[in-house]
Design a protein around this ligand. Structure first.
Ligand SMILES: NC(=O)c1ccc[n+]([C@@H]2O[C@H](COP(=O)([O-])OP(=O)(O)OC[C@H]3O[C@@H](n4cnc5c(N)ncnc54)[C@H](O)[C@@H]3O)[C@@H](O)[C@H]2O)c1
Length: 452
């Protein structure tokens, strides 16, 4: 298709400075509130313990030590070396055990952080809330739809504060994106495209297996817990994301972050209505259950009609940062890991010559003259393209943890509560159900299940 023909007169109407795109761009650095200024009533500090001090558990502890309103007083892990890794990450000594239930018995523990493989989230959450603890549980909140609702009901029945832990939900970046989305600058949005690719063995969950890994150092039966029995296999322990018995594949690993971002920015805090996935295992043919490339087309309901959400993750290509693109009638908003940019669409009236190509010169000229007469005067300038960026080193996990500690005191729900976390995790389960059954997965809200 030819580009619309633009005459000198149109150019003047558009304004020479704004040229064809009208693009005036502005970049602003976002300013975070200092975490050190956080305080709770009576100088109180939330006493928390953490279950699972592997990759994420250690990262959580590194972020938590920046948050003055909480203090870690205990940890549990099934691999004895990781008990040391957790203390090292936090930079302090505390009670460390192989059995998390010992931490739940402690009356001085207010809250439990859960950073175990996905298949332990339900059990640890249920035990923790029954023991009167508030819970910060890593994403994906659940390993199955059924687990998610069991967790949600237990949290609510025990009147506990629950926060799921996906990235950026508490970030000032998402707050800015939400503000821009709500401002109407995008117009109606019916199409969202989200992706997160990684191109390395680590990005494909081929994590190192340390040389002390054995049944002496790892409580293998404790790891299997409700999963089918299996002989000791360190690959399954350290690379559990590859296996359906313990993990949730790309859906649970990365889709959930993207879907949580979409939920918080748009306010669509519901499960998708349906999903269709495709993909395959193209590079990592190492006996894993999950594909290394997954694409899913989700359909969400919204007050203005449905929203099509396309999510894709590929472990064999990295074409840049994670992105969520909101395509609206009046603007396009691109959210990456550290920036949000809103570019206005040029919907100002223009003479579209293409439609006149099949007519005579005389008709074309007449058409253009009529159009110019109907649109006198210069066009308004396009609004600016605006970008907001995060300062270097901004740690949204620390802010997420601080929000959780505040909620433990105020008893007010956090944004990523049990309903929000469950909805995002349902997206992951819909995607996996569709992939493995080669069918459209439909959400049955009344029955709280995926239609067979
Ligand atoms: N929010 C994020 O950005 C982010 C990043 C990475 C991982 N995660 C999530 O964090 C969780 C952990 O992932 P990871 O990469 O740290 O896994 P990991 O395998 O590195 O660590 C998990 C640890 O949990 C321990 N564990 C499991 N069940 C336990 C139990 N019942 N009691 C005590 N310890 C137990 C294991 O021994 C293991 O050391 C997953 O749900 C994952 O999806 C979130």
């Amino acid at each position: 298709m030819k580009m619309p023909e633009i005459t000198r007169r149109d150019f003047v109407r558009l304004g020479a400075g704004a040229a064809l795109t009208g693009a005036v761009a502005r970049t602003t650095l976002l300013e975070p509130a200092p975490l050190a200024a956080q305080s709770l009533p009576d100088g109180r500090r939330i006493r928390f313990a953490i279950v699972g001090t592997g990759i994420r558990g250690c990262d959580l502890l590194r972020s938590a030590r920046k948050v003055p309103t909480g203090v870690c007083v205990g940890s549990a892990d099934l691999y004895s070396t990781r008990l040391e890794a957790g203390k090292e990450a936090y930079g302090a000594d505390f009670d460390a055990t192989g059995d998390y239930r010992r931490l739940l018995d402690r009356k001085d523990v207010d809250a439990i952080f859960i950073a175990t493989s996905d298949h332990h989230h339900r059990r640890v959450t249920l035990d923790a809330v029954a023991a009167g603890k508030d819970v910060y549980c890593e994403k994906p909140m659940s390993h199955s739809v059924e687990d998610g609702f069991a967790m949600l009901e237990a949290v609510q029945a025990n009147k506990r504060i629950f926060q799921a832990g996906s990235q950026r939900v508490s970030s000032i970046l998402y707050a800015k994106a939400r503000e821009m989305y709500a401002s109407g600058q995008l117009g109606e949005v019916h199409e969202i495209d989200a992706k997160w690719n990684r191109n390395s063995p680590g990005g494909a969950w081929v994590y190192p297996i340390p040389d002390d890994a054995s049944t002496e150092t790892i409580d293998w039966k404790g790891f299997l817990v409700d999963a089918p029995d299996h002989a000791f296999d360190p690959r399954r322990f350290f690379r559990w994301r590859c296996f359906r018995d313990y993990g949730s594949g790309l859906g649970g690993d990365l889709f959930v972050h993207l879907l949580s971002g979409i939920q918080v920015i748009t306010g669509m805090n519901t499960p998708a209505q349906r999903a269709y996935s495709s993909g395959g295992t193209y590079t990592y043919k190492d006996g894993r259950d999950f594909p290394d490339l997954l694409e899913t087309a989700f359909e969400y309901a919204s007050p203005n009609g449905s929203v099509q959400v396309h999510v894709h993750c590929n472990q064999s290509n990295d074409d840049g940062d994670q992105t969520i693109v909101f395509n609206g009638r009046l603007g396009t908003m691109v959210v990456t890991g550290n920036s949000v940019t809103l570019t206005p669409q040029d919907v100002r009236p223009k003479f579209e010559a293409y439609g006149w190509d099949g007519m005579t010169q005389a008709q074309r000229e007449k058409g253009r003259a009529a159009w110019n007469a109907a649109h006198p005067g210069p066009l308004p300038p396009l609004p600016e393209t605006e970008t907001f960026t995060l300062p270097q080193g901004y740690d949204d996990t620390a802010v997420h943890i601080a929000n959780f500690f505040n909620a433990v005191v105020t008893r007010e729900h956090v944004t990523e509560d049990e309903v929000f976390g469950n909805n995002a995790a349902i997206g992951c389960h819909l995607a996996n159900q569709s992939f493995f059954h080669r069918t459209i997965a439909e959400w049955d809200a009344e029955a709280k299940t995926i239609k067979a």
